[in-house]
Design a protein around this ligand. Structure first.
Ligand code: PEP
Length: 249
């Protein structure tokens, strides 16, 4: 069975609540499609108004991060059931910016993966190599470790529902998109890694996105690749371009 494409925007630390609602209103007609899942991953403070603004549309709302404890003395963190109660369906876990600036480790991300599934949230787990790792020829060694630790203890049935975003760090926010060959090669290797951890059925079901400076010009060639099931889009998700990416066909 063909995998359904999933195209998610990652707003990062952009948009005040009122700006967020205005952006949803602008994008809503542009991202209307029945051909793909469309997700807006937004800053925590924007979640409640964005969920409200997306009602009646095809847009699902995601968070950009989440903590792995249920509740308690974790000042500044957001608990899984807070997201669920607010109407969130997806959560980005382990974005490279969180790994780099906030010291998130593969083990932290694994704990978050477990919590997301416990609460019925779909994780979008990010992985990807630095330029140095690519030049040293260790791209897949590094990504396999991220995937293996990230999915440790996650069942095959859970993994089938998960989304992995392959985002080469050197392509995020730089305007440098990986070539379609580079992106397809790594996404195929990630799928092979999932087949090794689980089985072919799980590998065939899991959705793998490419992320890194996706724009309306690069999206069609990327999304047509056999192992690329859509995109995680940063900069271009904040403008009308996102509509063109969603309707890439
Ligand atoms: C991202 O933030 O996940 C991302 C891919 O950003 P950009 O599209 O701006 O490179």
């Amino acid at each position: 069975m063909a995998r359904r494409k999933i195209i998610a925007g990652n707003w990062k630390m952009n948009m005040t609540p009122s700006q967020a609602v205005a952006l949803v209103e602008e994008l809503k007609p542009l991202v209307a499609t029945e051909d793909a899942d469309v997700v807006f991953c937004v800053p925590a403070i924007d979640i409640v108004p964005v969920v409200e603004a997306c009602k009646g549309s095809n847009i699902e709302v995601g968070a950009e991060n989440m903590y792995f404890e249920e509740k308690g003395a974790y000042t500044g963190e957001i608990a899984p059931d807070m997201l669920v109660d607010a109407g969130v369906k997806y959560v980005i876990l382990g974005h490279s910016e969180r790994r780099e600036y906030f010291g998130e480790t593969d083990k932290d991300i694994n704990k978050k993966m477990h919590k997301a599934f416990e609460h019925g949230l779909t994780p979008i787990m990010c992985c990807g190599e630095s330029l140095e790792q690519r030049e040293l020829g260790v791209t897949m060694d590094f990504i396999r470790q991220q995937v293996k630790i990230g999915f440790s203890g996650i069942t095959a049935d859970q993994a089938k529902e998960a989304v992995i975003a392959y985002e080469p760090i050197w392509a995020i926010g730089t305007g440098k998109t990986a070539t379609t060959e580079q992106a397809q090669e790594v996404c195929a290797d990630i799928r092979a890694c999932i087949a090794e951890i689980y089985d072919e059925a799980t590998a065939a079901a899991i959705r793998i996105q490419y992320g890194g400076s996706v724009n309306p010009a690069t999206a069609p060639d990327l999304f047509v690749q056999a192992d690329i099931d859509g995109g995680l889009v940063g900069g271009a998700s904040l403008k009308a371009d996102f509509g063109k990416i969603v309707n890439w066909k």
